[in-house]
Design a protein around this ligand. Structure first.
Ligand SMILES: [Zn+2]
Length: 295
């Protein structure tokens, strides 16, 4: 994955609160190793911690602070995205939102942007306080994507994914898939809270995977504000990285790895095969109407 060296990045789409303390914030996620694993299983790439009944303290200063962070200082051009992981995240957020803005416009629907919050260790959100252990998530309450870049190391070390640059892009694009679902109303369908292979929760997650693929299909042809694509190259190896990540976070793979057995009745995100299949469907067709996982 290669970005246009000279393209301007729009850092206003990313809030960088890494390193900031949450005043008065309390840890609502705990329970030792078992607790952490349960949360990873429950929330990986998921939608807001509210589903797990975490206490909400309301938005904390850490998430609402508007002071400029590192990315505002360091991520100015595409060349920065080619050399730094945090800047790459900014560029991917820009590309993903450029695409959806244009796609919604084409369909005569209003697109409202969603910011990504880069945090470290713990963050306060409208969906409650969360630690990095929950993995990346989208909070419908404040329409933000929350991401600790340390998760990309977890992708490699804990989930056995190759975790290359495009694997990371897939994660970001999946979360924005949830934002798209929030705008179309599809997100409400996952709210009955029931897990299982054929649950609405799984269908919602697979649709977000499909939407990530739809963006990937258009990634090198979507013009940025400067009238040319921000992403100039996506190789076969990149796509393989994305597919690999999609499989690595499949419920069956994670269960096998951490519980030693596969229990489809408790799936919340879908199997490795399902996740790859729907990401591929989006990638191949580039057509969001082909992402009807509920059909
Ligand atoms: Zn998800």
């Amino acid at each position: 994955m290669q970005f246009d060296d000279d393209a301007d990045l729009d850092t206003s789409e990313v809030q960088d609160v890494r390193g900031s303390r949450i005043p008065g914030g309390r840890a609502t996620v705990g329970g030792g190793i078992a607790g952490v694993i349960a949360l990873v299983l429950g929330l990986l790439f998921g939608v807001g911690p509210d589903q797990l009944g975490l206490t909400s303290d309301g938005p904390d200063a850490a998430a609402t602070a508007s002071s400029a962070g590192q990315v505002q200082e360091s991520c100015l051009k595409g060349r920065d995205a080619n050399s730094r992981e945090d800047c790459r995240t900014v560029a991917v957020v820009n590309s993903v939102q450029d695409f959806w803005r244009q796609e919604f416009q084409r369909q005569d629907m209003p697109y409202e942007g969603a910011r990504t919050v880069l945090f470290s260790q713990r963050v306060g959100t409208a969906c409650g306080s969360a630690t990095s252990a929950v993995g990346p998530f989208y909070c419908p309450g404040d329409r933000k994507v929350y991401l600790d870049l340390g998760f990309f190391d977890d992708l490699r070390t804990k989930f056995g994914s190759s975790g290359g640059p495009f694997a990371q892009a897939y994660v970001v694009a999946h979360e924005y898939g949830h934002h798209v679902q929030n705008l179309t109303g599809a997100l409400g369908r996952s709210r009955d809270g029931r897990p299982g292979e054929n649950s609405d929760a799984v269908k919602t997650e697979l649709q977000a995977d499909c939407y990530a693929g739809v963006w990937a299909h258009h990634a090198t042809t979507t013009d940025g504000p400067a009238g040319r694509p921000l992403i100039t190259e996506l190789t076969r190896a990149d796509v393989r990285d994305g597919l690999d990540a999609a499989a690595a976070v499949g419920d069956d793979r994670i269960q096998q790895r951490y519980q030693g057995r596969v229990a489809p009745e408790s799936w919340t995100h879908g199997s490795a095969a399902q996740r790859q299949q729907w990401f591929s469907t989006g990638l191949r067709t580039g057509d969001m109407t082909r992402c009807d996982t509920f059909a």
